[in-house]
Design a protein around this ligand. Structure first.
Ligand code: SF4
Length: 282
């Protein structure tokens, strides 16, 4: 068995092991989710008198996005009287944790006063008629009676104090996302090449305009390019009569005019690698 084959076999085994591990983890997390995120029913004080029953229902809405709209209360009382009773009520469907206070009628009064209720079992079936989902929650008769008789909080108070709206927030889109507001009006103009007011100062013939204003022109006796030109074309753009940019460097044209020192100086100052040199005539 050569080493390549051995290495491939080990890699495959590791890959399979990793996949199996991830699968097991996924199944385990699903099982834990099922165990710990169980539906819950809460019992509150009804505002509808003896026949009323107020309750809340909570479940994992992400795992089970359904609308519940029905509850059934089932008394299972094998050693008492009545031995069994069942009441079903429908209510406004809800896809979020909810509270309801419903009239369950005379049968509910019978359940509360059933003989042997402490040893009975009360089953709640909360279901969704549209999604065909049902949850059963069982509670011992004594615990149910204790909670029912000692309840002090109404569903209005529960709503007010505990039920946080789970409606997803909507994100507002501003009217203007990328367009900035106009600049405030000012008497000062921006000195940009694109501003017509200053265009002359950025043009090829700018030195003429500048010279006309203040700085006197001069002549040069010699202009040359030192090694290091990066062929950016800046000099030729400013003074094409003097500078010619080739594929690999910049050269001085034969017979280039030497009497416009200001434009040569401007080209030298514009050169990003400062390889344009000249000798000014004093
Ligand atoms: S400006 Fe300088 S770097 Fe650019 S082409 Fe002219 S000499 Fe070369």
């Amino acid at each position: 068995m050569n080493t390549t084959f051995l290495a491939m076999s080990i890699s495959m085994l590791l890959g399979i092991g990793l996949l199996l591990g991830l699968g097991a983890l996924s199944i385990l997390s699903g099982a834990l989710n099922f165990l710990f995120v169980k539906p819950k029913i809460g019992i509150y004080k009804s505002q509808l008198g003896d026949k009323g029953f107020a309750f809340s229902f909570e479940w994992d809405q992400n795992a089970e996005p359904v609308k519940f709209d029905r509850i059934q209360i089932h008394l299972f009382n094998p050693f008492g009287l009545p031995a069994q009773l069942e009441i079903t009520r429908e209510f406004e469907a809800s896809s979020q944790d909810f509270v309801r206070d419903l009239d369950f009628g005379e049968k509910f009064v019978e359940i509360i006063n059933a003989k042997g209720i402490n040893d009975a079992t009360i089953e709640f079936h909360v279901s969704s008629s549209s999604d065909n989902v049902s949850h059963q929650i069982s509670i011992k008769g004594k615990a149910f009676i204790d909670k029912y008789k000692n309840a002090t909080m109404t569903i209005d108070e529960v709503r007010e104090n505990f039920m946080v709206s789970k409606v997803k927030p909507l994100f507002e889109i501003p009217e203007r996302t990328f367009i900035s507001p106009p600049l405030p009006k000012s008497s000062k103009a921006l000195k940009l090449a694109t501003n017509p007011e200053f265009a002359g100062q950025f043009s090829v013939g700018s030195t003429e305009a500048a010279g006309a204003s203040s700085v006197p022109n001069f002549s040069v006796s010699k202009v040359w390019i030192e090694p290091g030109c990066i062929v950016c074309d800046a000099c030729e753009a400013i003074f094409p009569e003097v500078f010619e940019v080739t594929d690999s460097t910049c050269i001085i044209r034969p017979g280039a005019p030497m009497d416009d020192g200001l434009r040569i100086q401007e080209s030298a100052e514009a050169c990003p690698v400062e390889v344009i040199k000249f000798t000014r005539i004093a």
